[in-house]
Ligand binder design. Structure first.
Ligand code: SF4
Ligand code: SF4
Length: 258
């Protein structure tokens, strides 16, 4: 394969980033921005950083033992998520600064969780890291409507960096990872949020049952409060409680793989 000077530089940057992040995360992938053609305008990488060329997505693993605890799964999952999110955010800041210093390009860290943007009552990530992870070749969406890494299933929490530095994309996975006859998550969901087609996943039904915070019933009681749901969630809602993870527990994609 012939590679020009520009190509050599972009290959060298990617190798350098992989070297820098090695040991800090359990998975990393690279998505060229031209793979985001279907993203809504307000959630497109270009809307976050003018001239964006690459989205780097990385993930940190939640120990599988957490979801198998007989008595304290929710407690352990709560602490695991809220320990990992700040770590991913800090890493995004360090990587962005490193990229800018090493390449002279621009970079911004994508929030691992909050702040989110609300469309009506529906929360959206500023950048959907699950969709970005799919575009970075880390995995694919399953029947449940969730993202599954090729090795770690749904046990990764994700972070990312958007940069004007150009890097080669990793190969896409494409296919849905679920075994043909598996319906374990559909049967396990207590509120029937998961259907037999991934596009039909009822996100709001799941969230209403799963995400709990002491402030929400008070702050969102009135019409006035509900109009401010974005501000309520992005300030007071950070340390939310996870009331349900039944679909995570039963999914064979979350079992250990070599
Ligand atoms: S987290 Fe609970 S409510 Fe949400 S989809 Fe999974 S099983 Fe259903
Ligand atoms: S439980 Fe089965 S159908 Fe549901 S996401 Fe996992 S593998 Fe797919």
């Amino acid at each position: 394969m012939q590679i020009n000077e520009r190509g050599k530089i972009t290959v060298a940057i990617k190798a350098e980033i992989k070297n820098w992040i090695d040991g800090k995360v359990d998975a990393v992938g690279f998505a060229p921005v031209d793979r985001f053609g279907e993203a809504p305008e307000n959630h497109h990488p270009e809307h976050m950083l003018r001239g964006a060329k690459t989205v780097i997505v990385y993930g940190r693993l939640i120990p599988r033992g957490v979801t198998r605890s007989p008595g304290y799964g929710k407690h352990f999952l709560h602490r695991s998520y809220h320990t990992v999110y700040p770590y991913l955010d800090e890493l995004g800041y360090s990587l962005s600064n490193h990229l800018e210093a090493e390449t002279g390009e621009l970079a911004v860290p994508a929030p691992s969780y909050l702040p989110m943007v609300f469309h009506g009552m529906e929360p959206w990530g500023v950048l959907s890291l699950k969709h970005a992870a799919e575009k970075a070749g880390l995995g694919a969406f399953g029947r449940s409507g969730q993202f599954y890494h090729t090795k770690h299933g749904a046990m990764l929490r994700l972070g990312g960096v958007i940069t004007t530095a150009e890097m080669e994309g990793d190969p896409l996975i494409g296919d849905m990872p679920c075994p043909e006859d598996c319906t374990a998550c559909i049967k396990a969901c207590p509120v029937n949020a998961i259907k037999d087609e991934r596009e039909k996943f009822e996100k709001m039904t799941c969230l209403a049952h799963t995400i709990k915070h002491v402030i929400y019933p008070l702050a969102l009681k009135s019409e006035e409060g509900r109009k401010r749901i974005e501000r309520v969630t992005n300030t007071a809602g950070y340390d939310y409680w996870i009331e349900c993870f039944s679909c995570v527990k039963v999914c064979p994609l979350n079992k250990t793989k070599d």
